[in-house]
Design a protein around this ligand. Sequence first.
Ligand SMILES: Nc1ncnc2c1ncn2[C@@H]1O[C@H](COP(=O)(O)OP(=O)(O)OP(=O)(O)O)[C@@H](O)[C@H]1O
Ligand SMILES: [Mg+2]
Length: 264
Amino acid sequence: MQRAAPPDATSPEPTGDVAARGQPVIDLQDVIKDYSTGAGAFRALAGVTLRVEPGELVAIQGRSGCGKSTLLNMITGIDRPTGGDITVADMDLRRASENELARWRGRNIGVVFQFFQLIPTLTVAENIMLPMDFAGLGSPRERRARAAELLELVEMTDQTDKLPLATSGGQQQRIAIARALANDPRVVVADEPTGNLDSTTAAAVFALFGRLADAGRTVVLVTHDAELARQARRVVRMADGRIVDHGTLVGGAGGRGQGVAANA
Ligand SMILES: Nc1ncnc2c1ncn2[C@@H]1O[C@H](COP(=O)(O)OP(=O)(O)OP(=O)(O)O)[C@@H](O)[C@H]1O
Ligand SMILES: [Mg+2]
């Protein structure tokens, strides 16, 4: 479906080749992240400015160690920046308390971790219900129904009552994706969400992300898979803790009818 371009009256900056700009749902300004290591501080993000609008599907690419997971941890508020400003889904992440962040994340952000982070003592269905439990969304019956619906979406219905470790790597990945979608978050952030999937399943997961974006959700994912990245509307490239390319206008799922951010 082709969306009409949103009105651009609130656009905060000149937009160059951008067709139309709305209010970003992800807004990072000059973000710096230093890790302290035995050898002193290591700068993992060296001034990252990134804007993503509702309905965009953005793929982040770059070599191992360039700062992709660190960037995602900044967007989700899982880790704090050393410098710069971050606003995501109407929350000023630098000023929010840990409690505020946890509550905000539960309702607005779905995270697919690089290494899944499933709870080994909970069943597949219980893992997916956990975010709804935390956020207090729905009755127990509604949570179970939602979990069943999500498991169907990722073709995992037959694994519902297993423990995660009794499933394959690709199946765990799909459980992690279902869990990330449990609360119907505005922003879905996924770190190599198709890394353990065969190409057919990876394409199905990517199509799912595309549909989320078409429905107005925002999807930011890290992928090494150039073929899948090409299907994203926008590919952001990182090197050495910086964004070296803010987006290439390409066809495909997510952000149709919207512009691509100009270089900062
Ligand atoms: N907790 C930490 N303490 C110190 N250094 C860290 C920490 N986490 C990450 N780093 C360093 O920061 C840099 C960026 O790490 P990050 O995990 O963001 O890379 P990445 O792009 O996600 O890599 P990959 O593709 O391998 O997942 C790397 O050099 C890494 O060694
Ligand atoms: Mg990583």
